[in-house]
Ligand binder design. Structure first.
Ligand SMILES: C[S@@+](CC[C@H](N)C(=O)[O-])C[C@H]1O[C@@H](n2cnc3c(N)ncnc32)[C@H](O)[C@@H]1O
Length: 301
């Protein structure tokens, strides 16, 4: 799985996780990438066998996407135009709104999302990111400068998906370095929703491996979370400082079903610095170090 997931230019982490689950379960999965850019996510989905449609209004980016798709012999249907003029003619299993909603006037968002919800299959998934200004003033200045001040906010997104299941929520700051050397901060919130009401994605960790990512040396020779107690974790941190962890977690079999059919058993992997969450002494969750991930509960603190 690692080879498919890249922080720079590869597909989003959630896209990779969700895509594998769908590709394994459905014979002919379909996806719509709204504001696809040059296609880091939609080419990945097409390679996995998804029937992919991409919407992108920028002609240059659409041309790059067409060239990429051609070079990789991928049949991606590309709509080069404004997403507001796109008329869906089929039903999609996965719809991506990554880095796109903050370009739109706030008043349009609910009706627009509703329209895309209507062309999503039961059990289908929407993956959404929005920019927000919560982190600090410089972030909110950045949003203003970019004209993103009308961004969708968390409540608008959540209320638009109140009849869907929330699978995951994450917020973090993404740093981009452009050709001119200027580093931009992008404060991001990410949501994953599934159409229909399903048991929440209960990510009890069933398997864990912690490795020092510098040396590759195993820090913990255990594959059962019950062996990684808070006490043991603190001991490791004391011994090695706060180490870079490589961790791998699996949902407990039968705990949740991504497609509302069979229990889903996809591994979720994290690289780099990883936070461990404990309930009492018991490990209950993992997250990338600089972000917050809620797997078992969609409530936002
Ligand atoms: C920040 S980029 C994100 C690209 C891609 N989703 C990704 O995650 O790499 C936003 C993209 O949305 C496109 N876009 C913005 N407004 C649009 C609109 N109204 N209709 C179609 N595409 C739009 C932009 O041209 C740009 O390529």
């Amino acid at each position: 799985m690692k080879s498919h997931v890249s922080d720079m230019g590869g597909p989003s982490f959630e896209v990779a996780c969700i895509a594998h689950a769908f590709a394994n379960k459905l014979s002919d999965p379909s996806a719509l990438d709204v504001g696809s850019g040059d296609g880091r996510n939609c080419t990945y989905l097409a390679e996995l066998g998804f029937d992919v449609t991409a919407i992108e209004e920028d002609s240059k980016l659409s041309e790059i996407l067409i060239a990429n798709a051609k070079a990789r012999e991928l049949a991606i249907e590309i709509y080069n135009g404004d997403l507001q003029d796109f008329v869906p003619s089929k039903i999609f299993d996965v719809v991506l709104f990554l880095g796109i909603l903050h370009f739109l006037p706030r008043s349009l968002l609910k009706p627009l999302l509703h329209q895309f919800q209507n062309c999503t299959s039961g059990g289908g998934v929407h993956i959404i990111t929005i920019s927000h200004s919560e982190f600090d003033d410089s972030a909110s200045d950045f949003l203003k400068l970019q004209g993103h001040i009308n961004s969708a906010d968390r409540e608008l997104i959540r209320s638009s998906y109140s009849s869907w299941s929330g699978l995951a929520y994450e917020r973090y700051v993404k740093f981009d370095c452009h050709n001119n050397g200027i580093v931009d901060r992008h404060p991001i919130e990410k949501f994953v929703f599934q159409k229909g009401k399903f048991p929440s994605m209960e990510m009890r960790v069933s398997e864990v491996e912690l490795v020092d990512s510098q040396s590759g040396r195993a820090l913990l020779d255990c594959f059962s979370p019950t062996m990684l107690t808070k006490h043991r974790y603190n001991e490791i941190c004391e011994q090695y400082g706060t180490p870079d962890f490589q961790a791998c977690a699996k949902p407990v079999e039968g705990q949740y079903s991504l497609l509302g059919k069979e229990p889903h058993n996809q591994s979720i992997a994290f690289w780099g610095r990883t936070k461990c969450y404990f309930e009492g002494e018991i490990l209950v969750g993992l997250a990338r170090y600089d972000s917050e991930v809620f797997f078992s509960d969609f409530s936002i603190n």
